[in-house]
Design a protein around this ligand. Sequence first.
Ligand code: BES
Ligand code: MN
Ligand code: ZN
Length: 489
Amino acid sequence: MQIDLATAIPEAADTIVVAVEEGGKLFPAAQKVDEAAGGAVSRALNTGRFKGKKGQMIDILTPEGMAAERIVTVGTGDYSTFRPLDRQCLGGGVGAHLNKVGARHVAVPTSDALNVCDFVHGMKLRSYRFDNYRTKLKDEDRHTVTQVTLVADDLAGAEDKLARLNHVADGVFLTRNLVSEPANTLFPAEFARRAGELSKLGVDVEVLGEAKMAELGMGALLGVGQGSERESQLVTMKWQGGSESDPWLAVVGKGVCFDTGGISLKPGAGMEEMKFDMAGAGCVTGLMHALAARGAKANVVGVIGCVENMPSHNAQRPGDVVTTMSGQTIEVINTDAEGRLVLADALYYTVTTFKPKQVIDLATLTGAVMVALGTYQAGIFSNDDGLVDALVAAGKDTGEELWRLPLGERYDKDINSDIADMKNVGKGREAGSTAGAILLQRFVEGTSWAHLDIAGTAWVKSDEAITPKGATGYGVRLLDRFVSDHYEG
Ligand code: BES
Ligand code: MN
Ligand code: ZN
């Protein structure tokens, strides 16, 4: 979906989108279109069930003499309550509708170009598809909208804003592509190669293989990958958009390219979903893309631990004890609690190497967080109330919401082991997400830290306003917003 700007509705546009508030008040640009269409828009108001409620739509065939084929009128409900996210969601709904009716080139006339950029951004986010492996796409599955033109007399600032939003959308799409990709094609080395492509944008990418990680003593991360034929990789992506003296933000992602559970093998039903177990790392990579592409004036380093958790004659066993880079030892009670093992080393490496002001990790860490929060909010765990407030606020603004869950001394005791410094599970089904988070906390060396458990939010099974079913790209827009609000002047 290409987006461009113009001061008049292009002749080539087959569809014009206009908006009306509940109660029938046409927006100024809609009034003009209505006049050009001989009052066809105002006549359509209040026909049937169309009342201009938020997201309601009515298709009007244009009268003779108009270049466009149809006018799609969308209701906004009470527009005075709208935030940017509401405009994005409205755009997402309209975008899906336009593809259903077969629109190709869509014009969106407005007297408020800056705000309507968000509407077009929503159309774009919803337009995502992953069709790489479909050789016979059915006609009704094919998206028809290829061009959207934002039309306004005054386009001041719109070009810059759209460019920025497009870079963020590209980051979200990169994340969705990575997360959608099956594990036979996206294994750790391939993930590292794709991350390496960010160097074209000025990101400094470094890849550590198993030999280097062994030298650093990353026994926990390496233990998870040891049952796999695929070599584990630790990838660092550095974007220095700020000045030398600016603090660094670090973002760390769980990159389990496939999670079979290892010797603690998962049940077969639904196991295919575990290709998404690298969504944290996917988010970090998409975020770095967005930040670099839009030239964020901030210093951000992304670190992803990429492994494959497989059972084999080489696999680690339940009961094994591994020594982490920090020197702390972990008894591996359950080889399926592998994400925390990967992150223990990735987090410790990150905080000791880059000494960031803050570190945020993202991981599809526990099934328990889905039980607690479903797919609408991710769990956040943190040792810093201010960081929680900032992230929760960014979540509300972007719709990538967060709900805080607890840490604390009593939960910490639950992961003590009889034969090592800790074990990788807590009290079974009780507080399962906290048990994972509290282990991570032991590896951040007191750095201001937040852990986002995105097991519920990284994938959805049905379409949402700006997110088609499948990989959501959760976290890219959230953290782009957080960086923009707290690291860029
Ligand atoms: N990747 C899974 C978490 C997960 C499970 C995400 C189901 C989405 C759906 C993680 O590695 C895992 O297996 N966690 C275990 C931990 C347990 C063994 C302590 C879990 O949640 O069951
Ligand atoms: Mn697992
Ligand atoms: Zn996992």
